[in-house]
Every structure is written in structure tokens, then in C-alpha cells.
Design a protein around this ligand. Sequence first.
Ligand SMILES: NC(=O)C1=CN([C@@H]2O[C@H](COP(=O)(O)OP(=O)(O)OC[C@H]3O[C@@H](n4cnc5c(N)ncnc54)[C@H](OP(=O)(O)O)[C@@H]3O)[C@@H](O)[C@H]2O)C=CC1
Ligand SMILES: O=C(O)[C@@H]1CCC=N1
Length: 272
Amino acid sequence: MTRIAFIGGGNMARSLIGGLLKTGIPAAAITVSEPQAESRQSLAREFGVATYAENRLAAAEAEVIVLAVKPQIMPAIHAELRDTLQRNRPLLISIAAGVRLDQLERWFGALPIVRCMPNTPALIGAGATGLCANARVSPPQRAQAQHILDAAGLTRWVDDEALMDTVTGISGSGPAYFFALVEALEDAAVAQGMPRDTARALAAQTCLGAGRMLVESGEAPGELRRRVTSPHGTTQAALESFAANGLPAIVAHAVAAATRRGGELAAELDKT
Ligand SMILES: NC(=O)C1=CN([C@@H]2O[C@H](COP(=O)(O)OP(=O)(O)OC[C@H]3O[C@@H](n4cnc5c(N)ncnc54)[C@H](OP(=O)(O)O)[C@@H]3O)[C@@H](O)[C@H]2O)C=CC1
Ligand SMILES: O=C(O)[C@@H]1CCC=N1
């Protein structure tokens, strides 16, 4: 039983822990450190995992440590964990947006480190995670990291670390883009007089159906789109409106903004 410690028990840690437990990893294998007593209680209640107020205690026995705090918190936790990490030499997995492998090595020491970017659908095993590793990660540790993130859904190794901020821009932040689209669809239908609950149910199920078709059919999104689009029909009218209002450019700008923000988060940490 590989012992896994989560440093930070917030949204993303909860999603990953939920995914891990669903694959049969026992709750006894997982420890979590979290400053808020209320959050510790709810983690213990919901998942049955051991929780600690001190990072050092959660990490003490772990072979794998998942750093699941905000990027800005990283410098605060490394001083506390450094001795434990140097003694036990665990595999470190960081899920923090932007934070680079060289920064993690500088703070936590010359350890095997995997930088990854999961997303919140991990909670239901439908996550998407990009991973990259430093040179100290052995093939078995690489497999171990992949096994942990596979529990959250799809995984893809990204050899060029510079592309990890692109992963954040596409799939790390991505669930929020689809939620925003569903919100907009819902609001548009409500504006036309539809009850909100009906609008939400129709929009959300459409998102699910389209997503499942994309993943399960293996067909290109363009082909699936064409099959919905009858010549001179309703879909064509909507898609022409998207094009006229610059949807591809809007999306490209949004992904660029998220990607750029990843780089900025790391640059801000270089100054600390
Ligand atoms: N949310 C997402 O969709 C994704 C997030 N990420 C990354 O995951 C990381 C966590 O994000 P997210 O889960 O959203 O954030 P949250 O704020 O929900 O979780 C972070 C948790 O860390 C706790 N914390 C704060 N300070 C410390 C400390 N010194 N020691 C231990 N724990 C501490 C926080 O407690 P408190 O609330 O009391 O401050 C909070 O519960 C970030 O680095 C983010 O970039 C990656 C992929 C997707
Ligand atoms: O918004 C953020 O910074 C984090 C990283 C990806 C998703 N949430």
C-alpha cells in the first residue's frame, strides 16, 4: 500500500482523493494536512482519511507527497517540509499552476518531482491531467505518478515543460469554460422565457452528450459538428453568429491569457 500525503485539502485535493478512493485505494493509505479545522473535519467525514493541522505530520510516513496548495503558498510550506523530505526522499507531485520543476527543486531539494496539472472532474474519474517529470524520477516512480493520476481520469505526459502552462490553459482551467458556456446557454434560454431549471437541465445534458460523443466516438469534433448542422438550418444560423462574433479568437485569447498567467505565477514566485 503506497502511502500518499496531500499537503492542502482544498478543491483539487478533494477531487483527487475522491478519484483515488473510487479506484479502490484504501482511505488508510491517504493523509491530508489542512489548516482549517472545519475542512479537516469534513475531509475525515467525507473520505475517511486521516487529517492533520501540521504538514510535517501528514508527510511523515508518505512515499508520495502531493503538493495541493496555491502556488503562492509553496514558499511557506517548503521550510516546514524540507527536513522530512530530505530524510524520506519521497516522490513529490505538484499540482500547482505555473510552478516550475526548477523552482520546486530549489525549494524542496534535489528530489524526484513530477509537475502535473489535473482538473476538477477528477472527482468523478473524468479528469484530464498533463504530467512532466524531472530527471530524478525513476521509471517506477513515473509509473507510480501516472497510476495516481490515472485514478482521476485521462493522463498525458508532456515532455516539454514549457507546454505545462498550455495544459493549464486548455484542461486545467477548461472545466470552467464549459461551465461558463452552460451558464450562458441557460441565461439565453431564460431570456427567451424558459424556466431556469428546464434551461439548465437541457444545457447541462447537451454538454454531457456532446462530451461523451467526442470521447466515445473517437471522431473529430469538426465531423460531429457537421452532422448537427443541416444546410441553411438552425445550427448553421447559430454557428455563423459564433463566427461573426469571433468565437475562435475569443477562445484563443482566453487560452493565451490562462497560459500567460501560469508563467506570471511562476515569475512572481521567483521574486520571493
Ligand atoms: N481548482 C482547480 O480546478 C485546479 C487547481 N489546481 C492547483 O491546485 C492547487 C490548489 O488549488 P485549489 O484546490 O483550487 O485551492 P484551494 O484553496 O481550494 O485549496 C488549497 C488548500 O490549501 C490549504 N492551505 C493553505 N495554506 C496551507 C498551508 N500552509 N499548508 C497546508 N495547506 C494550506 C487551504 O486552506 P485555507 O482555505 O484555509 O487557506 C486550502 O484548503 C493550486 O496550486 C492550483 O493551481 C490544479 C488544477 C486544477
Ligand atoms: O484557476 C487556477 O489558477 C487553477 C489552476 C487550473 C484551475 N484552477
